[in-house]
Design a protein around this ligand. Structure first.
Ligand SMILES: Cc1cc2nc3c(=O)[nH]c(=O)nc-3n(C[C@H](O)[C@H](O)[C@H](O)COP(=O)(O)O)c2cc1C
Length: 219
């Protein structure tokens, strides 16, 4: 089994960044997996709006050593696990902006057949963890990727009535600024690791997408 996994994510205040660490750990547990964590660049307008805030500046400094994602990372990858904070129930514009640079790769079918999944950070439990992932499916499907979620059978923590982030659609957490609970919680990390592992496994089993294009008749 072998798989190259890239985890491109955007994070303003560092919560999505911490969830990305747990997703990476899960993928690394699969023998033969090579994992890259990559930062999706900030937008100038968001940087202008948020820089100067202590929490933003501290999180950006903490992420400084994470390389920026580029198209070569996506070429290299067999599996792509996206991370985003929720913005009004959707993915952050920074993530969409990066996805919107993939027209050339879409045209060439470069991402077709690659395993994909998503993890999110919200402000509140009902703030859009599931809608963010579901609304992100459209571009991922256009790009021809194969979506991977989290299984109930091996992850009972997603079948909860408590305030635990994460669902069958993908891992999630919340910063919980008004409590001492550190995010992601152990259960949320477990879901994140489960997605990392599962995408790495699925990616290693999928056929080479180029081979799929060459061997599958168009009609
Ligand atoms: C413009 C904006 C829109 C947001 N929209 C939502 C939302 O719809 N639902 C929600 O729960 N949180 C929302 N949030 C809060 C963030 O999703 C939340 O703070 C997230 O955990 C931040 O992740 P980060 O620490 O990785 O930046 C919003 C934040 C901003 C700045």
């Amino acid at each position: 089994m072998s798989a190259n996994i890239v985890i491109p994510y955007y994070s303003s205040y560092g919560t999505t960044h911490k969830l990305a660490e747990a997703v990476a750990k899960g993928a690394e547990e699969i023998p033969g997996a090579t994992v890259r964590r990559r930062r999706i660049p900030e937008s100038p307008s968001a940087e202008e709006a948020m820089s100067g805030q202590d929490a933003y500046d501290a999180a950006q400094a903490e992420m400084e050593d994470i390389p920026r994602v580029d198209h070569d990372d996506l070429h290299w990858a067999d599996g792509i696990i996206w991370g985003t904070p929720t913005r009004f129930g959707n993915m952050a514009a920074q993530v969409k902006q990066f996805i919107d640079t993939l027209g050339g790769m879409w045209f060439e079918g470069e991402l077709e057949g690659k395993a994909t999944g998503m993890f999110v950070s919200t402000g509140s439990i009902h703030g859009g963890q599931e809608t963010t992932i579901l609304s992100s499916l459209a571009p991922l499907i256009h790009l021809g990727m194969v979506f991977v979620g989290v299984r109930y059978s091996t992850n009972p923590q997603i079948m909860t009535t408590e305030g635990v982030g994460g669902s069958p659609y993908g891992p999630a957490t919340m910063p919980r600024e008004e409590s001492d609970v550190e995010a992601p919680t152990p259960d949320e990390r477990k879901t994140a690791r489960a997605l990392g592992e599962r995408v790495a496994r699925v990616a290693s089993r999928l056929r080479d997408p180029k081979e799929e294009r060459e061997t599958t008749p168009a009609a």
